[in-house]
Design a protein around this ligand. Structure first.
Ligand SMILES: [Zn+2]
Length: 439
């Protein structure tokens, strides 16, 4: 490790064959070290980053500074990925040794990467907190409050302290998480943070939180949170502008937003799963059935009949299906990129059809009977589930034909919302924007 951290090539660290006892033994230690729960705990990040140089790893009889372990692992890809010096050496390694070394570099560079970004986002404390929450989705904390409290030490040296949270274990989890979500909503003047709520179901405390509050747990599917964020920023279903921002109820459970009903979901497929799909073609033909696409049927895709009939705004059904499958992000090298884009857009998602003929994709929890809504402050449509006098957020959706503002309310909608009765709890199927409550 010392040799590696000094920039020495891994191929020079191997002095004999890849099956020599010294080499195999060293890799075994690395493998065991990287498998320790220490690396997955949230509080550790704070220790590792703030106390750099002071943290010592003790492993049996070996005592080494943590910084040495970090530096030696994080540097590995430079030899075989970015550089050429150890490329053939890397490919000559048995695959289990490659896996061990890859895990070593991935685990150690995740700490390096956080340190690096924190030094860049120096000024803004809220952005720092958001970055850290994203980066620590996979880390665990026994008390869900520690997913947030465990990061405070990493943002407290900001020159512009605006996040005045102090660890308080009397504080209710919902109150804490909803309060943090509201800070992001106010700071970003948007509901973008709501799109973070999509998580694997086992995330700590997720079952007790209101549906709209992000749990900061691991996301499902293969796209990383960064890729999801990038893709979502390409849409403009309800362009930003003047309007009342969301408000939080006194008990921190309900978020009042301005919503516009689009349509009710009538048919839903199973979620597509990259890891379990051997034959993409078969999956796609199932989708054709759900969407009701028939090769001989060349009527234009014009849900809602709102098109003028001149052909403008309409498209061939296959074109609409493919745009939906790829989340409308079609590159020029479509044949080569299509499958990759499909999984970026759709891994873990279901496809659906609505009563008036829209097709789209949504979160795996989507059910027939859920509704597609636009909400002011979100550039992406959402799937909501009616619940008594309010709605639960199921997740964000791609809906072909409304992603570029086609379903945005007419100008002047703000006054209409303000004058409308806040008690009007009926399903807003007339499509007029009104206050709705997410719980
Ligand atoms: Zn090298």
């Amino acid at each position: 490790m010392k040799m590696l951290s000094n920039g020495r090539c891994p191929k020079l660290c191997l002095r004999s064959a890849t099956d020599s006892p010294t080499w195999v033994g060293a890799l075994k230690v690395i493998d065991h070290l990287m498998g320790l729960p220490w690396w997955t705990r949230l509080w550790v990040l704070q220790e590792a980053i703030l106390q750099r140089g002071k943290v010592t790893a003790i492993y049996g009889e070996i005592v080494a500074p943590m910084s040495l372990i970090e530096a030696s692992g994080a540097i590995l890809p430079r030899h075989h990925e970015n550089g050429l010096c150890c490329k053939s050496f890397w490919h000559s390694l048995p695959s289990d040794q490659q896996i061990t070394l890859e895990r070593f570099s991935k685990t150690t560079s995740s700490i390096e990467a956080v340190r690096e970004i924190l030094s860049i986002i120096k000024q803004n404390q809220i952005e720092r907190l958001l970055f850290l929450l994203e980066k620590t989705r996979d880390r665990r904390a026994t008390d869900p409050r520690d997913k947030i409290y465990g990061l405070l030490g990493l943002i407290e040296d900001s020159p512009d302290p605006v996040v005045d949270i102090a660890p308080d274990y009397e504080r209710d989890v919902t109150h804490l998480y909803a309060g943090v979500a509201m800070r992001f909503i106010r700071h970003q003047q948007s509901l973008h943070v709501l799109l973070n709520h999509e998580i694997k179901p086992e995330a700590a405390g997720s079952h007790t939180l209101p549906s709209w509050v992000p749990h900061w747990g691991a996301t499902y599917g293969s796209p990383t949170p960064n890729l999801i964020k990038y893709r979502l920023s390409q849409y403009n279903a309800w362009p930003s502008g003047a309007g009342r921002m969301p408000e939080l109820s006194a008990d921190s459970r309900a978020l009042s937003v301005t919503g516009k009903y689009v349509d009710r979901i009538t048919d839903v497929t199973r979620a597509v799963d990259k890891a379990a799909t051997a034959d993409l073609g078969k999956t796609l033909s199932e989708l054709d059935v759900c969407f009701g696409v028939d090769e001989g049927h060349l009527v234009q895709y014009q849900p809602d009949g709102s098109g003028s009939g001149s052909g403008e705004g309409g498209m061939l059904p296959y074109d609409a299906v493919w745009r939906t499958l790829l989340g409308d992000q079609v590159s020029e090298h479509i044949a080569r990129k299509a499958e990759q884009e499909f999984w970026y857009a759709s891994d873990g998602k279901v496809f659906f059809k609505t009563a008036r003929g829209y097709i789209g994709s949504g979160p795996p929890g989507t059910r027939a009977g859920d509704a597609v809504y636009l909400i002011f402050g979100s550039l992406v449509p959402v799937v909501l589930r009616p619940a008594a006098s309010s709605h639960r957020l199921v997740g964000y959706a791609y809906v072909q034909g409304i992603m570029d503002g086609e379903a945005t309310p007419e100008p002047g909608w703000q006054e209409a919302v303000e004058s409308g009765s806040a008690d009007d709890r009926n399903e807003a199927e007339d499509g007029r924007p009104r206050r709705i409550y997410l719980v």
